[in-house]
Design a protein around this ligand. Structure first.
Ligand SMILES: O=c1[nH]cnc2c1ncn2[C@@H]1O[C@H](CO)[C@@H](O)[C@H]1O
Ligand SMILES: [Zn+2]
Length: 371
């Protein structure tokens, strides 16, 4: 294979400090709104509505989320969302959480983010689906304004794969397509709930020239990735980490791709990789052993993401710095991940290009110039 694009860049030998990673422009495609609440906010909102929490103060609550999510099982990991979803059942609470999300991402150096959540999980106290999306958008707008326009944020609407509301949620995404919603997703426990259950929603979105990603190849292997791409037509893969099962490394170091892995790489299908989340759910052992290292070397369209900042106690800076420590990545590598992500965003082409040329490239150039 020829030189990696990152090798063409000046400064490719500099290993960045955590401070430099923090200041580097970062792009986030896979982040759950209900997985990123500030512990203090949960404590305050739970008190308002009388919801009982497993810990009383913000610090122990944060620890509870990280430890409970660290079980090695996706199903148990997902149980922790009961407490975040419980405090997201009225408009003002949702708007506050959405605003704080944008503030936290901007403070972390994220310049573009697609943040997802499942509207159907926020209607237990009588909000309509439309009101939920409106409340999130109000919070995002306030957060963007507070950040002085340093960040661009879009919503992705998720349907839960074990439920049967995906068509309704897909229609909601289309209704809001020009008002802050960039696409659609399905999430939830993977085993037993193949994405083909929601084929009508995906076909509708395709007819509408819309975009969607599918959580696939996280807890479950290649068949789930294959269905997501070849039956459902996913534009991107949420996690997709098990694509590594279709990659064989021979004893002499040569690498062979199976047909599915070859298709994913040939078609430049973006992988929304979330290292810390995968370690917690048992999909990977550690940063150093995460398939992201090999997939990056093989030049899959790899992107780096947080998934759930609360459950993983993480941020984009932490995920990227973890990779720097594990794989000796340089600023040029981080720039490569970031441009990959921006190219894969569900934003119109001209807007993606503007962020790459006016924000990402100059931001990395400044850091690389510092030496
Ligand atoms: O990594 C994941 N895999 C699958 N589902 C997830 C993951 N993280 C969060 N959710 C699910 O997505 C819903 C909407 O945001 C969350 O409530 C959670 O149930
Ligand atoms: Zn996710």
């Amino acid at each position: 294979m020829g030189p990696h694009p990152r090798d063409w860049l000046d400064g490719s030998v500099t290993t960045p400090s955590r401070y430099q990673v923090h200041r580097a422009p970062k792009v986030l495609l896979h982040d759950h709104l209900d997985g990123g609440l500030r512990p203090q906010t949960i404590v305050e909102l739970a008190a308002e509505i009388g919801h009982e929490l497993p810990a009383a103060d913000a610090e122990s609550l944060g620890r509870w989320f990280r430890e409970s999510a660290d079980s090695g099982s996706l199903v148990r990991y997902l149980e922790t969302f009961d407490h975040t979803v419980a405090v997201m059942q009225n408009g003002p609470a949702i708007t506050r959480i959405a605003r704080e999300c944008v503030e936290d991402l901007a403070a972390d150096g994220v310049v573009y983010a697609e943040v997802r959540y499942a509207p159907e999980q926020h209607v237990t106290n009588g909000l309509t689906l439309d009101e939920v999306v409106g409340a999130v958008q109000e919070g995002f707008d306030a957060g963007v304004a507070a950040s002085g326009g340093r960040i661009v944020v879009r919503q992705l609407l998720t349907a839960m794969r074990h439920q049967a509301r995906s068509m309704e949620i897909a229609e909601l995404a289309i209704a809001w397509r020009d008002r802050g919603v960039a696409g659609f997703d399905i999430a939830g426990a993977e085993a037993g709930f193949p994405p083909t259950r929601h084929l009508d929603a995906f076909e509708y979105l395709q007819r509408e020239n819309s975009h969607f990603t599918i959580h696939a190849g996280e807890a479950f292997g290649l068949p789930s990735i294959w269905e997501a791409i070849q039956w459902c037509g996913a534009d991107r893969l949420g996690h997709g980490v098990r694509i590594i099962d279709d990659v064989t490394v021979h004893e002499d170091g040569s690498v062979e791709l199976g047909r599915l892995a070859a298709y994913v790489r040939d078609m430049r299908i973006p992988l929304e990789m979330c290292p810390s989340s995968n370690i917690q759910t048992g999909a990977a052992e550690s940063f150093a052993e995460h398939p992201i290292g090999l997939l990056t070397k093989l030049r899959f369209r790899v992107t780096v993401n947080t998934d759930n900042r609360l459950m993983s106690g993480t941020s984009m800076t932490r995920e990227m710095f973890g990779l720097v420590e594990a794989f000796d990545y340089t600023l040029a590598d981080l720039r490569w991940f970031t441009i990959n992500a921006m190219k894969s965003a569900f934003l119109p082409f001209d807007e993606r290009l503007a962020i790459i040329d006016e924000v990402v490239k100059p931001g990395y150039a400044r850091l690389i110039d510092e030496g």
